[in-house]
Design a protein around this ligand. Structure first.
Ligand code: SF4
Length: 410
């Protein structure tokens, strides 16, 4: 979709005043969209639903999801993987439930998980009943695929009884036969019609705690379908470019598709689908949100590609720093530039900056101001210490301001 179309959509929403200008702000030390109008994103207004204790839609922060790839029946391996995804920042985690061994293990998995678990069900509605009873916070199921209206009614009853949400997941690769015959091929109208058909089945049973996805591996198709759907319904939207590919190709496709939609204000929860470990999906999801200033988490690194002017090995330094700083959750920024061409300018805009100098001595900037030099050999360990100290300072500042807000400060 051309950028001007996105601008028109966003501008239309801004003019109409129908959509809130910004999501609930999260703590951030930089990149605050509210301070710069050209960074504002007007989010589509929609109903809010709860997935466990996580709000989705209705102005809630956009959540990042992923999906495990272990056998769900192997609760230990699945919980292990869930832990790694939680550490990477996943807000919601989906597990497949293709058989009774999986739903039998689900209770243990749900109890061990620190984030709500979504059960992924295809065709076998009884797995949905079992998953709801086992404590799943959400069922990913397409009501049109499970047979009779009685069965849909049973699933809805189980969802209501257990406080489960439902996610309808339309996929261009598995569109209903009648829609393929009607439209000739998967197209935005077919995806939207499929979603509306599934939604109607839930509404007929007076169920409204649902969110919807209309995914395709083709970026143009997915984006056009989501754009149409966003105007047609008022429930939260789950965004994804399905089967996007490997880590690099899939990241680029997802950033284009999900990124364009988010930029236009569309989307309440995202899943980046990569042929890579689920933790990577979470990291990429966050990077997309961070790039748009919609959420922040951890260190936002600004770094140059390096060239013959570099005063140190920028590429290896950034790799080492990203690895060493992956445990930092506090939103902050770090610039790593090889020389004075752009180093001071970028350092001015970041919490901590390093700029390559001559003779293996490099300038360190704190809060945008030159502070001291560091030698080549000590640089990585030194920057890690500075970032950890800054993160602690920001965290302490936040708890002090919370105390002040609650009248606890002296
Ligand atoms: S900041 Fe310096 S080292 Fe980095 S790419 Fe630019 S000119 Fe080259």
């Amino acid at each position: 979709m051309p950028a001007h179309r996105l601008c028109q959509v966003a501008a239309g929403r801004l003019k109409s005043g129908g959509y809130p200008l910004s999501i609930e702000p999260e703590p951030m030390s930089d990149h605050n969209p509210g301070l710069r109008p050209w960074r504002d994103i007007a989010r589509r207004q929609c109903r809010q639903i709860m997935v466990g204790d996580v709000p989705v839609g209705g102005g809630a922060p956009i959540t990042v999801q992923t999906m495990t790839n272990t056998l769900t029946s192997d609760a230990v391996a699945t919980i292990d993987q869930i832990r790694r995804c939680e550490e990477a920042g996943a807000d919601l985690i989906r597990v497949s439930c293709p058989d009774t061994d999986s739903t039998a293990a689900l209770g243990k998995i749900v109890r061990a998980a620190r984030v709500p678990i979504i059960a992924d069900i295809h065709f076998h509605y009884k797995r949905a009943l079992e998953a709801a009873d086992a404590g799943a916070a959400c069922l990913r199921i397409n009501p049109g695929n499970i047979g009779s209206s009685e069965r849909v009614g049973e699933v809805v009853r189980a969802a209501k009884a257990n406080g489960c949400a439902i996610r309808i997941g339309v996929n261009a690769g598995s569109l209903e036969k009648d829609l393929l015959e009607k439209y000739g091929e998967p197209c935005p109208e077919a995806l939207v019609e499929s979603a509306l058909d599934h939604i109607k089945l839930l509404q007929d049973h007076d169920f409204h705690d649902y969110k919807v996805a209309v995914k395709a591996s083709d970026v143009f198709l997915a984006v056009a379908a989501y754009m149409q759907l966003a105007d047609a319904i008022d429930c939260p939207l789950h965004l994804g470019i399905t089967e996007a590919g490997g880590l690099i190709g899939g990241t680029v496709k997802s950033a284009l598709g999900i990124g364009n939609l988010l930029w236009a204000g569309i989307g309440d929860t995202i899943r980046v689908s990569l042929s890579a470990e689920p933790e990577e999906e979470v990291r990429v999801g966050y990077e997309i949100l961070k790039s748009l200033g919609l959420r922040t988490r951890g260190v936002r690194v600004v770094s140059c590609p390096s060239c013959a002017r570099q005063g140190f090995d920028v590429i290896r330094t950034v790799q080492a720093l990203e690895e060493a700083l992956s445990h930092i959750k506090t939103p902050m920024s770090l610039s790593v530039l090889g020389c004075v061409v752009n180093g001071p300018g970028e350092a001015r805009e970041t919490d901590i900056g390093i700029t390559g100098g001559g003779n293996g001595k490099h300038m360190v900037y704190l809060s945008g101001v030159t502070d001291h030099h560091v030698a080549d050999a000590d640089m990585i360990a030194h920057v890690v210490k500075l970032v950890e100290a800054k993160a602690a300072e920001i965290d302490a500042g936040q708890s002090v301001s919370m105390d002040v807000a609650h009248g606890k400060a002296a």
